[in-house]
Design a protein around this ligand. Structure first.
Ligand code: SAH
Ligand code: SF4
Length: 440
């Protein structure tokens, strides 16, 4: 979501004359768009700020000024701390106030001191943002689109409800308008974003609210939009309409990120996740029933307070039972202000290290097996550009695997059938299947 937000900040600043530059040394304004989810991410901000300060000093010697801004969730949670630790920062703004950037820049210029805006405003920033410029990713063929933000679930370990704020959904009409503009600029695959994207309940324009399944159906009707993904979804919000959508909506890719965090019911309860490990298994079973080629990815936390060896083993068993195509796994990181951070039964660092290593070995094995199983299959590949070698094309499979194969550049932007022939280190190799034109 920070990638999407950064692009929108660029949209807001464009009318003021700002455009992208290659190196921070050439920038009149530098915005660090930050993440507060784990301690390491937050600490990075301060080391990065030290580096930017040196750049600003070097530019000053040449008579050039530089605005340094900190945006995102670290700014939201630690705005005052940032100004105390790095007093040379000019602007501090949270994830819900970046539509006010032009006003903040003007205020900083007038006042000559730091400006901080970490409100949760009553207005929705989306109502104030200019139209998004064409996306800059994967040859402009794929794009992110935020449809929902914030969270009301308050998991024990997580800062998101405090930094992104309460759960809100964008109206259907606003999402469809942005998607149509993206498609008109060449996009063929859109990933819908939200902290709890399947809690989506945007205004449907008829006095009601739409579901994610309903929105995905409207999006699939846009000519030229061939692929739809969504992340991150919560197991509690996978309802029957979403399961049906995976059967009925051909544009929905059969690859679902569905974080479970733990396989132990005791820990799931302590985490306030609102479901058991068997309920997760059942949700996955129902999804696979309607979409047998569905692959799953997930997030896991090891070492949540109170996690015993037995709890950890329950998570390993869940991983063995489900089988994941890929996954993100993290050591529990105590976050200021969250309930888990103050709990007494913190797990020792060396135990977290060992559990994480064991889990990652198992997940790596499953990912390798998933990729190896692709060899011998035929996949629909969205060709996003040229490959590294001459004559080669590169694209992505429904499962987001990079795939390389030989073919003419004229095919870039289309979806073709590719026979997967080999598994490379971080990608797959294949052969283009030429579709013979029907005889007339
Ligand atoms: N809304 C999504 C997750 C958003 S946060 C969900 O509920 O599934 C992204 C991931 O960061 C989480 O899934 C979790 O695995 C990880 N994470 C969040 N807080 C963390 C913490 N304090 N320590 C370690 N990992 C954390
Ligand atoms: Fe954080 Fe996700 Fe839990 Fe919300 S549902 S509190 S975003 S982990």
């Amino acid at each position: 979501m920070n990638v999407y937000d950064s692009a929108r900040m660029a949209d807001v600043l464009r009318p003021l004359g700002y455009g992208p530059v290659e190196r921070p040394e050439d920038a009149d304004m530098i915005i660090l768009n930050t993440c507060h989810i784990r301690e390491r991410a937050a600490e990075k901000v301060f080391s990065e700020l030290g580096r930017l300060r040196k750049i600003r000093e070097a530019r000053e010697i040449d008579g050039r000024s530089t605005i340094i801004a900190v945006a995102g969730c670290v700014a939201q949670a630690e705005g005052e701390v940032i100004l105390a630790r790095a007093p040379y920062v000019d602007l501090v703004l949270g994830p819900q106030t970046y539509h006010r950037l032009p006003e903040m820049v003007a205020r900083a210029a007038r006042a000559g001191g730091a400006v901080i805006d970490t409100d949760f405003p009553v207005e929705q920033k989306f109502d104030f943002l200019p139209e998004a410029a064409a996306p800059q990713t994967a040859g402009n063929l794929t794009a992110f689109l935020t449809i929902q933000e914030g969270c009301d679930k308050f998991c024990s370990f997580c800062v998101v409800p405090y930094t992104r704020g309460a759960e809100t959904s964008r109206p259907v009409a606003s999402v469809l308008a942005e998607a149509r503009r993206m498609v008109a600029s060449g996009v063929r695959e859109i990933t819908l974003l939200g902290q709890n994207v399947n809690a989506y309940h945007g205004d449907d324009g008829n006095g009601g609210s739409a579901t994610l399944a309903g929105l995905a159906a409207d999006l699939a009707a846009i000519p030229g939009l061939d692929r739809i993904r969504y992340m991150t979804s919560h197991p509690r919000d996978v309802d029957q309409s979403l399961i049906d959508a995976h059967q009925d909506n051909a544009a929905l890719m059969p690859f679902l990120h569905l974080p479970v965090q733990s396989g132990s019911d005791k820990i799931l309860k302590a985490m306030n996740r609102g479901h058991t490990s068997d309920e997760y298994r059942e949700t996955v079973r129902r999804l696979r029933e309607v979409r047998p080629d569905l692959a799953l990815s997930s997030d896991f936390i090891v070492g949540h307070p109170g996690e015993s060896e037995e709890d950890f083993e329950a998570t390993m068993q869940l991983i063995r039972d489900i089988g994941f195509a890929m996954a993100y796994s993290f050591k529990y990181s105590p976050r200021p202000g969250t309930p888990a951070a103050g709990q007494p039964l913190q797990v020792a660092e060396d135990i977290k290290d060992r559990r994480l290593a064991e889990m990652q070995a198992l997940l790596r094995e499953q990912q390798d097996a998933f990729n190896a199983d692709m060899v011998g299959t035929t996949q629909d590949i969205l060709i996003t550009g040229k490959g590294r070698k001459p004559g080669q094309l590169s694209g992505r499979s429904p499962y987001l695997q990079p795939v390389h194969f030989e073919g003419p550049e004229t095919l870039i932007g289309s979806i073709v059938k590719v026979a997967i022939t080999e598994r490379l280190t971080n990608s797959l190799g294949g052969t283009l299947i030429r579709e013979t034109a029907p005889a007339c």
